[in-house]
Design a protein around this ligand. Structure first.
Ligand code: ADP
Ligand code: MG
Length: 242
């Protein structure tokens, strides 16, 4: 079932055309990976899907409702679509638990006491229950990024966007963050990732989209895209990164 359907997305910054007619459909429970050179538009595409960036043109249907219609309030959409970035941006003066409780407390206007059981359960699910009262600087980069993921999940999103969330981590910490994604995928979360982790994408993605100069030049299941890319530019990119 098509859950999210983006059609004809266009976005420029000044004269720089960054998204040049993107079409993308995502089924419920699917994991889609965006790959491509730096500057090809991956982050901008994710930000547009989450309405953090206004589109110049195009539509984004979520459950067949156009969420990108100018003038619509983006806040409810952002609650349905969680996003995690490369820089985890936890508030340094708040514990892990306080960071995670912040948005649900504001949005749902519920007390810490009411929310704590479900937040504790989230920390437990991702092996972080003994880190809830730690401050960010008492956590490793991998743990901070896992807390950032828990923070997004606390809003109970129906879909998650991840923008190169392992790129800033020391290599030995990448695995624990990828394990969280693996677990989310197994639980049926719908996910879109911009990633340089080709091995991970190959192992778990349902679909790989190769972005090139603001277009999806080629899209295919990983076993096809990685072993038999059709486009010369896809082949050139893969030969540089594999
Ligand atoms: P990627 O994530 O694939 O590296 P980006 O989406 O970050 O690509 O960037 C695509 C292009 O858009 C780049 O040329 C970048 O400089 C430009 N760009 C991205 N964000 C902005 C912005 N806020 N203002 C101006 N240019 C931007
Ligand atoms: Mg990027």
């Amino acid at each position: 079932m098509v859950w999210l359907q983006a059609k004809g997305l266009r976005k420029s910054f000044g004269t720089n055309v960054v998204l040049d007619g993107i079409d993308l459909s995502i089924d419920r429970g699917e994991m889609v990976c965006l790959i491509g050179a730096s500057g090809s538009g991956k982050s901008t595409l994710l930000r547009c899907l989450n309405l953090l960036e206004p589109l110049d043109d195009g539509e984004i249907r979520l459950d067949s409702v156009d969420i990108a219609e100018p003038g619509l309030d983006p806040a409810p959409v952002r609650r349905r679509i969680g996003m995690v970035f490369q820089s985890y941006n936890l508030f340094p003066h708040m514990t892990a638990a306080e960071n995670v409780l912040l948005a649900p407390r504001r949005v749902k206007r519920m007390t810490r006491e009411t929310l704590l059981p479900e937040v504790t359960e989230l920390f437990r699910r991702f092996g972080l229950e003994d880190r809830m009262d730690h401050y960010p600087d008492q956590l490793s980069g991998g743990q901070q990024q896992r807390v950032a993921i828990v923070r997004a999940l606390a809003m109970k999103p129906e879909m998650m966007l991840f923008d190169e969330i392992t790129s800033a981590l020391d290599p030995e910490l990448v695995g624990e963050v990828l394990d969280v994604l693996r677990q989310l995928r197994a639980e049926g979360m719908t996910m879109v990732l911009a990633t340089h982790e080709m091995g991970f994408a190959r192992e778990l993605a349902d679909k790989i989209c190769f972005l090139d100069r603001g277009r999806i030049l080629e899209e295919a299941p990983p076993e096809v895209l990685f072993s038999a890319p059709k486009e010369e530019r896809t082949r050139a990119f893969l030969s540089r990164v594999l």
